[in-house]
Design a protein around this ligand. Structure first.
Ligand SMILES: C[S@@+](CC[C@H](N)C(=O)[O-])C[C@H]1O[C@@H](n2cnc3c(N)ncnc32)[C@H](O)[C@@H]1O
Length: 281
């Protein structure tokens, strides 16, 4: 069998199970199975495959057919300007979260050393992207999941940032270290009704701990806002990614906890996605 034939067969199988980007996914899967770049595959479609390559391809294809996200099969995801190791223990970094990076950088001067806390670091994509952009910063990244902290540490090593970020496996409720200039978080914020409506790729494969924000979606957002009032310096910034239709309730909780709202930014689809606020007292 040659590349062209296996790509066609693979895409047809994925289409049968309503996989969203079947052609792109089989190209990526073949690229992983034979350890060659996608571009090389597309330029050499008549090349023949070895039996062991076909076997590998089938194994990865079956995983995708069963709706496992492509980022877990490939073992990586591009986010901001970098590639992050990704496995089933962490949320796959989302393009929407790049807005949070863009907005946060406006509050981190290039030549100053700011103390940053990332709550719910997951793969570490947020904190690592920020520290790459602002090398003088010092950061701590926490997560309640031991496995997620291990993935974040692996990514820190891959990006040679392990000496600049302190990774701690702890619940935000128990965390007691103060005087941060900036706290950033993309917390689990999906409510139980929305959770049940998620695509199978997400619902059955990504960690529920990273997605579900409890019955109303505000369980972790509330915790983080209340705790940030203690962990931040006066005038420190709290930057949160929020879900669809969570803005009003979030603003209310922030105001109740003595935060001033600086800005609310929309993502590419026009949804209010990021709230920047300041601890007043
Ligand atoms: C939506 S994911 C975000 C992951 C990553 N920051 C990103 O943007 O891709 C939320 C993360 O928060 C962590 N988490 C959930 N509850 C937590 C808690 N109480 N304290 C600390 N981390 C928590 C989860 O394990 C998960 O890794």
């Amino acid at each position: 069998m040659n590349y062209n034939q296996i790509l066609k067969k693979g895409a047809n199988l994925l289409k049968k199970n309503k996989i969203k980007n079947p052609n792109l996914d089989v190209e990526l899967i073949l690229s992983k199975a034979i350890n060659r770049k996608r571009e090389e595959i597309l330029l050499n479609t008549n090349n023949k495959l070895k039996n062991r390559e076909i076997k590998k391809f089938k194994h990865f294809l079956l995983r995708r057919y069963q709706k496992e996200p492509i980022a877990y099969i490939l073992g990586y995801k591009h986010f901001w300007k970098h590639k992050f190791f990704t496995n089933r223990s962490v949320l796959i970094p989302r393009p929407d979260t790049e807005l949070v990076i863009e907005e946060t950088l406006k509050y981190l001067p290039y030549d100053k050393s700011k103390k940053i806390l990332d709550v719910g670091t997951g793969s570490g994509c947020i904190v690592l992207s920020l520290v790459k952009e602002r090398p003088k910063s010092r950061a701590t990244a926490i997560d309640i999941s031991t496995k997620a902290i291990n993935v974040a540490k692996t990514n820190a090593k891959l990006h040679q940032l392990e000496n600049k970020i302190n990774f701690i496996n702890i619940d935000i409720d128990k965390y007691k270290s103060y005087n941060y200039d900036l706290i950033i978080s993309n917390p689990p914020y999906i409510n139980s009704i929305e959770f049940n409506r998620l695509d199978d790729d997400i619902k059955f494969h990504e960690p529920k701990l990273a997605l579900s924000g409890g019955f109303d979606g505000f369980r972790d957002l509330k915790k983080i806002i209340i705790k940030s009032n203690k962990l931040l310096k006066i005038n420190g910034k709290l930057i949160l990614e929020i879900g669809d239709k969570q803005k009003n309730q979030c603003v209310r909780i922030l105001n109740e906890n003595k935060f001033f709202i600086n800005q609310i930014s929309k993502d590419l689809s026009g949804k209010e996605r990021c709230i920047i606020s300041t601890r007043l007292q």
